[in-house]
Design a binder for this molecule. Sequence first.
Ligand SMILES: [Zn+2]
Length: 314
Amino acid sequence: MHTVRIPKIINFGKNALSETQFPKNALVVTTAPPEVSSKWLAKMKITDYMLYDKVEPEPSIETVNKVMSEYKSKNPSAIIGLGGGSSLDVAKYSGAELKIPKILIPTTFGTGAEMTTYCVLKFEGKKKLLQDERFLADVAVVDSYFMEGTPEAIVKNSVCDACAQATEGYDSKKGNDLTRMMCKSAFEVLYDAIVNNKPENYPFGSMLSGIGFGNASTTLGHALSYVFSNEGVPHGYSLSSCTTVAHRFNKSIFYEKFKEVMEKLKFDRLTLKAPIDQAADIVMTDRGHLDPNPVPVTKEDVMHLLKDIVDGRL
Ligand SMILES: [Zn+2]
């Protein structure tokens, strides 16, 4: 048997934001400053709401606890996560704890977080990836309206993440016919959007990717990327090379096309400060990504791949 979990309602496409009905007395959580969020809230045509706009990037469990203690007594009817991954993660966790509906509205597109059961929060200063059915959105609203005004580097890194997640998700041993269908379609949408300059289609591609990989997993590309993330490289950027070499190693059907879109997006070569041997040891501990990889991976393989990445042999 296979199980696939997706939000109860997915509102997407043109005008999804303005045509979605939001419940009264909902709590909106966001990282965005008032001058940005006021524009978004006006577009949502939401009037009766509470706003918590002090979510920090890479939020911690303390932020979640603060939101809950501050608003629990006000009986919010729902929690609306409005923003990037950070806002969505706080809404997912708080909504699950408060047992109120979660409405997730991503304003950057790549992680597909609005579709998944994942939640990333910091506990005692350390980022932790949690997964629970309770984190799934009741309503996800995906609207490319937010694309305008997003800095280009963020758009580029985010779409790279979506491409990596779709293609690694397709190859994952945890996948099934339905997740593979979603992942394949996701990459087709994203490939077409990148090659033919249609960024307005990134949100749809990223959404499909979220449904696909979110019910399977990512694999070797993501495992390799964390040693670069640890040195401050943005997640999407580190995947540009890591997923490319991983696809070559796995003989993935996506290798050529993935490489082609990465070249089109123009990413610089990555550098690594940590010694290759040490970095490979760290990668090898990431069983969550390595075990579902379609091909078994040894430490030697990882060392070769990391060397290929820093030498630009993609
Ligand atoms: Zn990712």
